[in-house]
Design a protein around this ligand. Structure first.
Ligand code: ADP
Ligand code: MG
Length: 586
């Protein structure tokens, strides 16, 4: 509610502002709006997904020049050229995206600088683009024959587009795709394990960021009525990145804050510094750099969280309402062959992590996979889920080979896992983390999310997530950031997330580690109930009391190989197992 009121007040202010302030400030606000569009793209791309781009001005420039040439040379209407400009921007973004998003870390950042520089010289050297002096006499945008040729009229065009982009971005982050997008930065293996096509999502975010820059470029050309290469140099790209970081690189509204602050500050410093130093020069860049360092020293997350604290706190989110249940998979017949691992082999350099390992699992059983630290248990999970590829051997699920399938396809068959090293998106709520587990049970994509056409499905996904969280006993922590829970409970959140995937086979990697006695018995009870419902469980666990009282059968591994297999009682008295665990001391 408070958020709504704040937003409403902000919108009223934005609607009235140009009528109340002098033309000069209207001009500044127009610049802020256009910069916000580009910065918003960077908030998603750099802040949320973690892809650093110094090259957004290339997209701005491409769109600006496209519309400039088409309107001045060919007399096409600006509304038509908007589509042409965005189509070209999209084509460039997809080409660059497919080539560069594969690169990681600083290689990617460097390649964005490279294309930024390249396109600047393309603009500057082409005759048809007016070389370094650019193109002028670009017509203003007209609406129903009414030319938007003053700052105040352009203001409304610029800010309606900017606000629409902001709201769409906020909607996107608060959706099925949004949860997956927020996992891309640090948790992409986990996201793939729940069926997210991480490469595709990255491309989509990259494309959205490029299109926002394109819209900004189109607005820029028709507002200034003039384009020249210097508006699209590498320094412009760095400015946008500054804005995103200062505003708060992972907060949608941080784009407005960053763009406003830097635009106003630059204006003010441009005025003040020459008076101070009694001569002209680009002093503001130096002052900028220093302020930036001070700011980041004080608040890594930029200014958005600082502003958020100034606003009245809302009543908090309400528990998701009940919604029609999602469709469930049909569980296989109890006793049907479910998982077969045949002579699987995995080496890391000279180390045989898994060697010639074979075992089978029938539907409806809990199979324990035990062994000393480093025996290769987690590696087995990674082979089954396709996170790692076996060097040799076969893995079959319900009779079908899966060992050459990508992780997300294996997930789609109903294998859900937890991770030994907790793999949650720490800043995201418990509810959203768990709902990510149901990713494959939803269909709605990014565009539907932006337009809020996904609400019915989203309600189902969130209701399912809340049900599974209740089931594991964490119902009172729905809205806490997952990273704030004790480690033992974070593992339990992982179990709820796996359950959200409606698993046929549940892979649990040390789920009881860090739990207290009472919590362990509650977990054992839950696993028994799941088995009774037909879910099969492969369980890695060190707590022998927990394991022995729960599992139907055990496979024991040591140094990557199978040491023994059998019923709990047989294993407990197996001399080889006793030797491996106790080092031969009887
Ligand atoms: P467990 O889960 O039984 O404790 P792991 O499967 O994690 O054992 O590890 C088995 C062995 O493989 C260990 O010696 C470990 O150091 C090694 N190992 C696991 N993953 C990797 C990796 N990605 N690269 C290199 N070595 C690895
Ligand atoms: Mg392990």
């Amino acid at each position: 509610m408070a958020a709504r009121v704040t937003l409403a007040l902000f919108l009223v202010f934005m609607a009235l502002a140009p009528l109340l302030v002098p033309e000069f400030y209207v001009t500044l606000m127009n610049y802020i709006g256009m910069a916000t569009l580009v910065t918003l793209g960077l908030v998603l791309l750099t802040g949320v997904v973690g892809v650093m781009s110094f090259g957004q001005q290339a997209f701005t420039g491409l769109a600006a020049y496209t519309t400039a040439v088409l309107t001045t040379v060919y007399g096409v209407s600006p509304w038509v050229t908007l589509f042409a400009a965005l189509a070209l921007t999209a084509a460039l973004a997809l080409t660059l995206g497919f080539i560069t998003l594969r690169l990681s870390g600083h290689y990617l950042a460097i390649s964005t600088i490279a294309w930024g520089i390249a396109i600047y010289f393309v603009f500057g050297n082409l005759e048809i683009l007016g070389r370094y002096s650019g193109l002028d006499n670009i017509p203003p945008v007209s609406l129903f024959g009414w030319a938007l040729d003053t700052g105040r009229e352009s203001y409304y065009l610029i800010w309606i587009m900017t606000l629409a982009a902001l709201i769409a971005a906020r909607n996107l982050l608060d959706s099925r795709s949004g949860r997956a997008i927020r996992a891309l930065r640090f948790r992409s293996v986990m996201a793939e394990s729940y069926g997210v096509d991480t490469a595709m999502l990255k491309i989509i975010v990259f494309l959205y960021a490029a299109l926002l820059a394109g819209v900004s470029g189109w607005l820029y050309a028709h507002y200034l009525r003039f384009v020249a290469p210097h508006g699209f140099g590498v320094n412009a790209g760095i400015d946008y990145l500054f804005m995103a970081v200062v505003g708060g690189a992972s907060h949608v509204w941080g784009a407005v804050i960053g763009a406003s602050l830097l635009t106003l500050l630059r204006e003010w410093l441009n005025d003040l510094l020459p008076k101070l130093f009694q001569r002209t020069g680009n002093y503001e860049i130096v002052v900028f750099g220093v302020l930036m360092m001070l700011l980041l020293h004080r608040t890594r997350d930029g200014l958005a969280p600082v502003f958020a604290r100034l606003l009245p706190a809302g009543p908090g989110r309400a528990r998701p309402a009940e919604a029609p249940a999602l469709a469930r998979r049909e569980q296989p017949q109890s006793g049907e062959a479910l998982l077969e691992v045949r002579a699987a082999q995995k080496q890391f350099g000279g180390l045989v992590a898994v060697g010639n390992l074979s075992f089978e699992m029938k539907s409806g059983e809990i199979l324990g996979l035990i062994g000393p630290n480093g025996a290769g248990k987690s590696t087995v999970f990674n082979l089954i889920t396709g996170v790692l590829r076996a060097d040799e051997g076969e893995i079959r699920f319900r009779g079908e080979r899966i060992d050459r399938h990508p992780t997300k396809e294996i997930a789609a068959r109903g294998i859900c896992r937890t991770f030994q090293h907790v793999n949650l998106v720490s800043a995201m709520s418990v509810l959203d983390n768990v709902a990510l587990g149901a990713h494959l049970r939803g269909r709605r994509g990014t565009v539907a999310a932006m337009l809020r056409r996904d609400r019915a499905e989203e309600a189902q996904l969130l209701a399912e997530a809340a049900r599974q969280i209740d089931r594991v006993g964490l119902g009172s922590h729905l809205f806490e950031p997952a990273g704030s829970l004790p480690l033992g409970q974070q593992r339990v959140v992982e179990i709820a997330r796996a359950l959200c995937g409606d698993p046929l086979l549940l892979l649990l990697d040390e789920p009881a580690a860090g739990l207290r006695y009472g919590e362990k018995s509650a977990l054992a009870e839950l696993l028994r109930r799941l088995r009774a419902e037909g879910t099969s469980i492969l369980l890695v666990e060190h707590d022998m009391e927990f394991v022995m009282g729960l599992v139907d059968r055990l496979v024991v591994m040591d140094f990557g190989e199978k040491l023994a297999e059998g019923l709990p009682l047989e294993i407990q008295t197996n001399p080889a197992v006793v030797e491996a665990y106790l080092g031969g001391i009887e």
